[in-house]
Design a protein around this ligand. Structure first.
Ligand SMILES: [Mg+2]
Length: 259
């Protein structure tokens, strides 16, 4: 094992408080020069806000150590030289896009890729249809989804997230989306690529047995389950078998030394 992928919520912190030993474990990773990335599905906040939150809790990380769906999309788009791309993403994350070119917001042709995120109330027929027209205009343009979350709970009730809109465009165009967000293997493969390591040399640590552990394993990455965050003993009923189970993120150091 040469590198680590680490889930944040439920592994590094929980309910706004640091899980004991997390900060020291990050220092150990940095000091040993072990390639690592913190993997999050967050698309509602820019990467700088995630860094700020971690730093406020005493975890000293840089932006380069964090991979969000938007940052993974940047990496994928730049690697392929796709220019220009059409963005259907919230303003909060549009600022994280650093790609060669972004298509003007009114254009209905000429996109080399179409990126879909959670636009919330900004979705309307015209906007969705514009994404459809761009995909139909260029049959080679990939449809990149910033995750496949179906819905979420807002203060006023449930709200549609990105997946139903991706599904509508997939249905209309027949184009298979490239999904950048856990548990999609596409996202884990991008993480491996950013780390510069093959999947077989990576370990993913997470509290969600389906999203983190099974997702990583589907990409050929070992999955380690922590007993913090959303972990429940019934997770170990055998449907997904983690490569290891450790009490906390901080216990990874001993596992790493013994592996
Ligand atoms: Mg988690």
């Amino acid at each position: 094992m040469r590198g680590l992928l680490i889930d944040i919520d439920g592994v590094v912190y929980q309910g706004g408080a640091l899980i004991p030993g997390s900060a020291e474990t990050v220092v150990w990773l940095q000091r040993e020069g072990i390639p690592h990335l913190f993997l999050t599905n967050t698309t509602s906040r820019p990467r700088a806000a995630i860094v700020e939150k971690l730093q406020a809790l005493g975890v000293d990380v840089s932006a380069q150590e964090i991979l969000t769906p938007v940052i993974a999309a940047n990496h994928w788009i730049r690697q392929r030289g796709l220019d220009p791309v059409a963005l259907f993403v919230a303003a909060a994350t549009a600022t994280d896009f650093a790609v060669p070119g972004i298509l003007p917001v009114e254009a209905e042709q000429g996109a080399a890729a179409v990126v879909l995120g959670d636009l919330g109330e900004a979705w309307d027929f015209r906007t969705l249809n514009r994404a459809f027209r761009l995909l139909m205009d260029n049959p080679a343009a990939p449809l990149i989804a910033l995750g496949m979350t179906r819905y979420w709970r807002a203060d006023d009730g449930l709200r549609l997230d990105v997946a139903p809109f991706v599904a509508a465009l997939e249905q209309a165009t027949g184009r298979q989306p490239m999904v950048l967000g856990k548990p999609s293997p596409d996202f884990f493969r991008q993480a491996a690529d950013v780390c510069g390591l093959p999947c077989e040399q990576l370990v993913m640590v997470g509290d969600d047995i389906r999203v983190d552990v099974a997702g990583a394993q589907a990409a050929g990455i070992r999955g380690i389950q922590v007993r913090t965050g959303k972990f429940s003993p019934t997770d170990l009923d055998g449907r997904v078998v983690p490569d290891a189970v450790v009490p906390r993120f901080a216990d990874l150091r001993a596992w790493w030394g013994g592996s």
